[in-house]
Design a protein around this ligand. Structure first.
Ligand code: SF4
Length: 390
C-alpha cells in the first residue's frame, strides 16, 4: 500500500453541508497469485457470478485540468496534492502488453480514461499501439476514450488517425456560468463544444455526451441539453449521481432517478425505447420520435446493472479493480516489473494471463446491488473516480 499522501478535511459546500474526513488517496492492494496452470486458450472466462470479461477501462493519468467537485474537489486536489511520479505510471509498452493479454482473455473493448487522458503526453502513440491489437481470430478491438474535451479540438484528428474509434465527452451543463462553477477551473462550454465538433468532423462517431445529473445542482439542464444536442448527431447520456470514492459527499437525495429524467423529456417530446446495442450495456436507450436525438439513461443507483457487469478497470499505476466501488486493487504492475520489496519476480505473458484469469474467476463484486444493505459510510474506503476513471 502506498503511504498516505495527505490528511485533512473538506467542506464540500456546493453539494453538501457536511464535512468529509479525508484519510488518504491511495489504496490497499495485493499482488495477484500466479497459478501453476494457465487457463485453456479460447475458453470462456467467467467470474463467480457467471459474468464474462468484455471491457477494460485503462486510466492513463491521475491528473486533470478540471476540478469537478464530485470527482476532484479543489480542496483536496490542490497545489499540495502529490500526484504520482511519471515512473509510477505504467509505460505505454506496459499498457499495451497488459491490454494484449486481456484481449487474450476475452476483452473486446478498451476505453482510455484518466484523470483527463488527453493530458498524458504522446497519448496518440498509445492509441496507435492499442489499435494494432487483434483478437485471437484476427478482429480489431473497439477502442474508445472518455475525455472532458478541453483539448479535444486540438487532438481529435490525430487520435482518429492513430486508430481511435469513438470518444465519450463529459459535459454536465450547457449553461456556461453553471458549467464553469461545476468544473471549478473556468473552462467554458464553448471549448467542449469545439472539441465535440472536431471529434465529429474527424469521424470519431457517434460522439457520446455524458451528463452526471445532480438534483438541485444541474437537473434543470436536462431539457436545455436535449434542445442543444437535437440534430447534432451526438448521443446524450444522463447518468445518476453515484457514491464513487469518498470525497464527493454523496447523499441519496442528490440522485435524480433516470425514470424522472425520461419523464421530463417525455413531457416535451414523443419518445420510443431502443434495443440495447451491446450485451452488458449500461444505458437504457431512447430516441425522440422525430429522429433528432438518441439518448441514454444510466440508472447506476436506482436500477443497478451488476448482473451484467463485464468491466474491469486498470489504474494508471497498474492496479486492477473489478468494480467501480472497489476498496481493494490487484497490483499487476508488480507482476510486470517485479517488486523486490514485495518479494515478487517479473513474470512472462503466460503467467500474467493465468494470474489475471484467476483474479477475474474469483470476482464476486456487485456493489450497486448491495448499496442499500449497509449504511452509507460504513463500508471500506472506496477507490476515487479520478483514480480509475468512472
Ligand atoms: S457496482 Fe461494480 S459490479 Fe455493479 S455494475 Fe458497477 S462496477 Fe459493475
Amino acid at each position: 500500500m502506498q503511504p498516505a499522501r495527505r490528511r485533512g478535511f473538506v467542506d464540500n459546500a456546493l453539494m453538501s453541508e457536511r464535512t468529509i474526513p479525508i484519510v488518504d488517496h491511495r489504496y490497499a492492494s495485493s499482488v495477484p497469485r500466479v497459478p501453476a496452470q494457465a487457463p485453456a486458450a479460447g475458453g470462456l472466462l467467467t467470474d463467480r457470478l457467471g459474468r464474462s470479461l468484455h471491457d477494460l477501462r485503462i486510466s492513463i493519468t491521475d491528473r486533470c485540468n478540471f476540478r469537478c467537485r464530485y470527482c476532484m474537489p479543489r480542496e483536496i486536489f490542490d497545489g499540495n496534492y502529490e500526484f504520482l511520479r511519471h515512473s509510477d505510471l505504467l509505460s505505454f509498452e506496459e499498457i499495451e502488453r497488459l491490454a494484449r493479454v486481456f484481449v487474450g482473455l476475452g476483452v473486446r473493448k478498451l476505453r482510455l480514461t484518466g484523470g483527463e487522458p488527453l493530458l498524458r503526453r504522446g497519448v496518440e502513440d498509445l492509441v496507435a499501439m492499442l489499435a494494432a491489437i487483434r483478437s485471437d481470430d484476427g478482429e480489431p478491438i473497439e477502442l474508445t476514450m472518455t475525455t472532458n474535451a478541453s483539448l479535444l479540438a486540438r487532438k481529435a484528428a490525430a487520435l482518429k488517425a492513430a486508430g481511435l474509434h469513438r470518444v465519450t465527452v463529459s459535459l454536465d451543463a450547457i449553461d456556461d456560468a453553471l458549467f464553469r462553477r461545476i468544473n471549478d477551473a473556468d473552462f467554458h462550454v464553448s471549448a467542449v463544444l469545439d472539441g465535440i465538433a472536431a471529434a465529429q468532423a474527424a469521424g470519431l462517431n457517434p460522439v457520446k455526451v455524458n451528463m452526471v445529473v445532480q438534483r438541485g445542482v444541474n437537473d434543470h439542464q436536462i431539457e436545455p441539453m436535449v434542445e442543444h444536442f437535437r440534430g447534432s448527431g451526438a448521443v446524450l447520456r444522463f447518468i445518476e449521481f453515484m457514491d464513487v470514492g469518498n470525497t464527493n459527499g454523496w447523499r441519496m437525495d442528490q440522485v435524480l432517478p433516470s425514470a424522472e429524467v425520461v419523464a421530463r423529456i417525455a413531457a416535451r417530446h414523443a419518445l420510443h425505447a431502443l434495443q440495447p446495442a451491446a450485451p452488458g450495456e449500461t444505458a437504457e436507450r431512447w430516441a425522440l420520435d422525430d429522429g433528432s436525438l438518441e439518448f441514454g439513461a444510466i440508472s447506476s443507483v436506482t436500477q443497478p446493472f451488476c448482473r451484467d457487469c463485464n468491466r474491469a478497470r486498470l489504474s494508471m499505476e497498474g492496479k486492477l479493480y473489478l468494480c467501480l466501488f472497489a476498496s481493494h486493487g490487484h497490483d499487476v504492475r508488480a507482476l510486470l516489473r517485479g517488486d523486490a520489496q514485495q518479494g515478487v519476480a517479473a513474470v512472462d505473458d503466460d503467467a500474467l494471463r493465468a494470474a489475471l484469469a484467476l483474479v477475474w474467476g474469483e470476482r464476486d463484486d456487485r456493489y450497486s446491488e448491495l448499496r442499500g444493505l449497509a449504511p452509507h459510510g460504513a463500508e471500506e474506503r472506496r477507490v476515487e473516480m479520478s483514480y480509475i476513471g468512472g
